[in-house]
Design a binder for this molecule. Structure first.
Ligand code: SF4
Ligand code: MG
Length: 316
């Protein structure tokens, strides 16, 4: 609810705060149990920062993050530790997120031991089951991360995230570093695991083609703001926000008789330390008018599951 992340910019003779990078500028979003909701947008729009705030890897500057009725932001460290089991993250680059000096067995046992969930035989049994559920053999347990391909390493990261039996996973560009052929395998795996373990996913991606395969709903971010939230079907067939429309129109055509005309965005993404007043998109929007530059544009509900922050849809 209204989450902000303003990173201070230090400068001057005394390294004082001279401004802020508004990485996330007041976003609100509901995530429902067992769904996959995608957070899409270009790099630097605040997607990963949002994921990190949910994991409490960084504290929001403002706002509330409510998980099962508890505001994560206000919990003490020991209170959060209990919740931390429920909420896990998988990063884009499995190479840097897996300690290269640990075997897969050690990598998977570590969370169980740290959280004092299991030890001895039960723990060994548990990790054997998990490694098979992500499509690797028991033999992999004795190997080191560098002995695997990128796709296999991502399977190990997923296994490590699952070992604590979480309920909610933040998947931060989980397939972006992989070849397209491998991407589909990992996406299928994530889909199967979601059913098997009753998981909820926040799927962060810049790639609408990937998102198209995995998500139930999609939230589009631009410059620290969520500008549209819709079901996948609605967003792809009937995008409303001018930014969403440009993103969808830029997807390479899969059908030769696809007639969607490509909308080219003019200009660059503005500097997040000095974002535009009013609608963050007005500097690049072909429909921008004076009123777009004044006040923050709030979400307008178009239907039960379609919302957009754009003046063109207000009072309809
Ligand atoms: Fe364009 Fe105005 Fe809508 Fe922003 S609010 S997307 S500038 S029409
Ligand atoms: Mg699914």
């Amino acid at each position: 609810k209204n989450i902000k992340q303003y990173f201070p910019i230090k400068g001057g003779l005394f390294k004082q705060t001279v401004g802020h990078i508004k990485a996330v500028d007041g976003i609100s979003l509901s995530i429902y149990k067992n769904e996959t909701i995608a957070l899409v947008g270009e790099s630097g729009c605040g997607k990963s920062t949002t994921g990190k705030m949910i994991l409490r890897l960084i504290q929001p500057t403002d706002g509330a993050i409510i998980y099962n009725g508890k505001n994560i932001v206000e919990l003490s460290n020991s209170q959060f530790r209990e919740l931390r089991r429920d909420i896990q993250i998988v990063f884009q680059d499995p190479y840097s997120s897996l300690n290269p000096r640990m075997t897969v067995r050690q990598l998977l046992l570590e969370p169980l031991l740290t959280h004092k969930l299991m030890n001895g035989k039960a723990a060994e049994q548990e990790i054997k089951e998990i490694i098979q559920n992500v499509g690797l053999t028991e033999k992999s347990l004795t190997k080191y991360p560098h002995e695997f391909s990128g796709g296999q390493r991502q399977r190990i990261s997923i296994a490590r995230a699952l070992v604590l039996k979480p309920k909610f996973l933040v998947l931060d560009e989980p397939v972006s570093a992989l070849d397209v052929s491998i991407q589909a395998q990992i996406l299928n795996l994530l889909d199967n695991l979601q059913k098997k373990y009753d998981l909820t996913y926040l799927f962060i991606s810049h790639d609408l083609n990937v998102v198209r395969h995995v998500s139930d709903r999609i939230a589009v971010m631009y410059l620290g703001n969520i500008v549209e939230v819709a079901t996948k079907e609605q967003l792809f067939s009937n995008p409303k926000h001018p930014y969403s429309r440009a993103l969808i129109s830029a997807i390479p055509k899969t059908h030769p008789n696809d007639t969607v005309e490509r909308i080219l965005l003019k200009g660059e993404i503005p500097d997040p330390s000095n974002p535009p007043q009013g609608c963050p998109f007005h500097t690049r929007c072909q429909f921008a008018m004076e009123d777009c530059k004044k006040e923050r544009i709030e979400m307008t509900k178009l239907s039960e599951d379609h919302e957009v922050a754009c003046i063109l849809y207000e009072n309809n």
